[in-house]
Every structure is written in structure tokens, then in C-alpha cells.
Write a protein that binds this ligand. Structure first.
Ligand code: BGC
Length: 477
């Protein structure tokens, strides 16, 4: 095996292929972020070039979510029948083709079809990347790999904001700026596509398909000693002989249904607190308050990225529920403050004449709001959804909850701006504040603390009929 470059052990103790695995996985998260964050600073150019109104812009933005729902629905099937590696190659290809074709600025219907395809690829990647990592990355770095994916989403949102702002300021005609914006995404997509070819297939999937020899060959590439390989193979065999992944019928089993409701509502609230109104439309909303400079364009993506870093440590230190409370309360207060700021502005005929105070209140509110989300509901909801389902229903549970996330994300993207148009700029902030209140009550009554308990213990509690919010308590037996 020494002649294979993939087997060279690096100074840090991991083989080169492990770095390739981490990089491609990171690119999967990055592309999620690039596509999610694309709209904020391209919407003005898109609106000018395609001559669509507010609703046209919302529809184009939201179709990513529709693609995400379909991608998430089918990703389990791809993962099982095509394998993890080929599914990632497929996602990389769709990312590259759809963003590359968008750069040609085709008619709106085709541009929208490309954005649907991008959403489809995001849906696949967001399911397969964490799955692939959990099956392929060496045990010691699996935890940090999982959080790396989350972090990459926010880095992607930040990077595309930065590059879109730079492009829009350098090239003021949309016919020039838009292709460059799409080509930036294409560049990273092509890297992921090429990188995915170099990945080894997941040893767990190979074993599932009865290809033990190939699974061992992959483990020789990623692990260092024969003992590690034997242990891993033993664990996989044990898991394969354990309970098989259940079909969708599992949702009708009482214990599973209870925990599914927790996952579904967590994902629903993650979106109904309004995060994607900010991620997608913050430059537009700041514009309504007469703020148009760099601050309006870069505040949300920068704060969002910066506060995801501490979240990774806090989630283990403080626990999930405390963070959810801190986040929801921060978002509640700041949504009310932003609503009041817009109410005091009223219907401004000249945004440039708006006073300094409401602008300052709005800016501080948005910063604290994004802090509140990034440090809590952003990473914690995905984490809890990956922890609460019993093993046999984990795939079904995560597929359903991911689809719920995209459904409500789409609802917000498709309606936030027109809602402001119809009911007044302040109204939407009060609606989201209302959902923050419901989210706090929901966390208090139903969400378990999953810190410091093994997934197996939680499963025993669940099947013993323990109250949902007590699922994370140590079983007394
Ligand atoms: C959410 C996305 C959101 C992103 C912002 C994720 O956890 O699911 O909808 O755009 O966080 O960082």
C-alpha cells in the first residue's frame, strides 16, 4: 500500500486521503452557503436585468427551497442505491452545470430551473455529506467534522456576499456582473465535482452491499494500523446485524411519532423566527430604512459567520436548551425593537431623510438578532435532529425534518417582502417575534436536553415512554 499516494501518513497522524475527504465535505457545506447567500447582494442586479418585481424576486429566491425539498426527499434513495460517493459526484455535477448555465443569463424560466437544480443538489449534499463523514472520517475527528459542515455554510454565505458586493461595485451593468457572480459559484462547484471523484467510497456502504474486500481496502487508505481496521470492520459488521433501518411506516409507531414532532417543530421554528428573511433580504430591508452602504450589505453574513465559531464550543459547555433560550430571547427582543424602528419611520417618502436613531436601533437589533440565531438555533437544531431519533428511524426522521426546514424556509423567502409591502414594514418583525414566543414555550415544554447522554440511553428512555422533555435525563435503571 505504500506506493499509493493516498496512504501517505502526514505529520499530524492522518493520511492524505483524510484531508481530501474533509476538503470535499467542506466544499459541500460551502456550496450550500454560496447558494443560500447568493441572493442578498445580487437581487438588485437580477431585478434590473430580468425586470421582475418584488414577487418575481421572491419566487426566484424561494425556488431553491423547492429543489431542496425534492433533493432531501430523494437523497436517502440515492445514498442507498447509488452509494455515497456517486451521490456526491452527482451533486457536484449538478452544482457545476446549474451555476455554469445560469452564468449565460438564460430566459427567466430556465434560470429558475437552474436554481431549482441548485436547491436539489443542496438537498442531496446536506444529507449525504454528514452521512459520508460519519461513515468515513476516522472516529477521532468525526465530531469536529460534523460541526465543520455547519461552519462552512456560514462561511459560504459570507464569501458570496463579499464577492457579490465586490463584483456589483466593480461592474455596474448586470449583464456583466451577474455572469461573474454565477461563475464564482461555478468555480467552487467544479472543485467539489473534481474532488468527489477522488473520494473513496464509504466502507459502511460497501459492507452493506457485501463488498468486504473493497471496504477493507478503503480503510487501509484512511486508517493507520491493522488493529484500527479490524475494530472498524467489527463495528460495521455488528451494526449491520443490528436493527435494520426502518421504512417510512415507522412514523406510525407511537414512540417515534412523539420524537418526530419535536424534530419537525424545531425545524419549523428555526425558519419561522425569520432567519432567511435576513439572510436573503437584509440589504433590501436596510434599504427601506435608507441604509445602502457596505454595512447594509455585509453585517448579516459577517455576524452570522463569526458567532457560529463560539456556538461549536458552547453547545457542549452550556447544553442545547440553554442556547436555544438565549437565542430565542435575543431574537424576540430584537425583532420587537426592529419593528418599533420601522414603525417610527412610518412610510418614508424619502429614505435618505430618515433620522439616525431608528437606523441605529435597526442596525443594533439586526446584529444582536443574527448573533442570537448563529449561536443557537442555527447549529443546535440540526444537531438535536441528528441525535433524537432512534437508530432504526434516523434516516426517515432526518429526511422528514430536513424537508420541513426547507418548506418553511421557502415560505419565508417567498413571502417576507410582499408581506411587508401589504401590511407595512414593521408588521413582519412582529410576526416573527410572535413565533419566538411560541418557540420559547415549545423548548420549555417539549425539547429534551441532549448534552452528555448517549444516543442509546435516550433511545431507551423514549421507548420506555419517558416525557419528551426528560428524554435526556439518565435512565434510573
Ligand atoms: C439554516 C438556514 C440558514 C442558515 C444561516 C441554517 O442552520 O437551516 O436556513 O440560512 O442556517 O446560517
Amino acid at each position: 500500500m505504500a506506493q499509493d499516494t493516498g496512504t501517505v501518513t502526514q505529520a499530524g497522524g492522518y493520511k492524505r486521503i483524510v484531508y481530501v475527504i474533509s476538503m470535499v465535505a467542506a466544499l459541500g457545506g460551502l456550496l450550500f452557503g454560496l447558494d443560500q447567500g447568493f441572493i442578498a447582494n445580487s437581487l438588485a442586479a437580477l431585478t434590473e436585468h430580468y425586470k421582475f418585481g418584488v414577487q418575481g424576486g421572491e419566487s426566484y429566491s424561494a425556488i431553491l427551497a423547492t429543489g431542496g425539498i425534492v433533493g432531501a426527499l430523494l437523497s436517502g434513495i440515492f445514498a442507498r442505491f447509488l452509494g455515497r460517493k456517486k451521490s456526491l459526484v452527482l451533486a457536484g455535477f449538478i452544482f457545476t452545470a446549474a451555476s455554469g448555465y445560469s452564468a449565460l443569463l438564460p430566459p427567466l424560466a430556465i434560470l429558475s430551473a437552474c436554481r431549482f437544480a441548485l436547491g436539489f443538489a443542496v438537498g442531496i449534499a446536506s444529507f449525504i455529506v454528514p452521512l459520508y463523514l460519519s461513515e468515513t472520517a476516522p472516529a477521532k475527528i468525526r465530531g469536529s467534522m460534523g460541526t465543520l459542515f455547519q461552519l462552512m455554510i456560514t462561511i459560504g454565505i459570507f464569501l458570496i456576499a463579499l464577492s457579490n458586493v465586490f463584483i456589483a461595485r466593480t461592474f455596474t451593468t448586470p449583464a456583466t456582473s451577474l455572469p461573474l457572480m454565477f461563475l464564482t459559484v461555478t468555480l467552487f462547484a467544479a472543485l467539489m465535482f473534481a474532488g468527489a471523484f477522488m473520494l473513496p467510497e464509504s466502507p459502511r456502504w460497501l459492507m452493506l452491499k457485501g463488498r468486504k474486500e473493497r471496504a477493507i481496502a478503503v480503510l487501509r487508505k484512511t486508517l493507520n494500523t491493522q488493529q484500527e481496521i479490524d475494530t472498524e470492520i467489527g463495528e460495521i459488521e455488528e451494526a449491520l446485524h443490528g436493527p435494520k433501518g426502518a421504512g417510512v411506516g415507522i412514523v406510525f409507531r407511537g414512540y417515534f411519532f412523539r420524537v418526530l414532532v419535536v424534530g419537525v417543530l424545531l425545524q419549523m421554528f428555526q425558519q419561522l423566527v425569520g432567519i432567511n428573511m435576513m439572510i436573503y433580504y437584509s440589504p433590501t430591508i436596510f434599504g427601506y430604512a435608507g441604509m445602502t452602504g457596505l454595512v447594509a450589505m455585509m453585517t448579516v453574513p459577517t455576524v452570522n459567520m463569526l458567532f457560529t465559531f463560539p456556538a461549536i464550543r458552547l453547545v457542549e459547555k452550556w447544553g442545547r436548551k440553554k442556547l436555544l433560550y438565549v437565542g430565542a430571547v435575543s431574537m424576540l427582543i430584537t425583532m420587537l425593537a426592529a419593528g418599533l424602528a420601522f414603525q417610527s419611520i412610518g412610510v418614508a417618502s424619502d429614505p435618505a431623510a430618515i433620522g439616525g436613531l431608528p437606523k441605529a436601533v435597526l442596525l443594533v437589533s439586526v446584529i444582536v438578532y443574527i448573533f442570537g440565531f448563529a449561536v443557537s438555533w442555527g447549529p443546535v437544531v440540526w444537531l438535536v435532529c441528528s441525535e433524537v431519533f432512534p437508530l432504526e428511524g434516523r434516516e426517515v426522521g432526518m429526511t422528514i425534518t430536513t424537508m420541513v426546514n426547507w418548506t418553511f424556509a421557502g415560505l419565508v423567502m417567498a413571502n417576507a417582502l410582499s408581506f411587508m409591502g401589504v401590511h407595512g414594514n414593521a408588521s413582519i418583525f412582529y410576526v416573527f417575534a410572535g413565533f419566538c414566543v411560541l418557540a420559547i414555550a415549545f423548548v420549555a415544554l417539549f425539547v429534551p436536553e441532549t448534552k452528555g447522554i448517549t444516543l442509546e440511553e435516550m433511545e431507551i428512555n423514549l421507548k420506555n415512554g419517558v416525557r419528551l422533555r426528560d428524554l435526556g435525563n439518565r435512565a434510573s435503571s
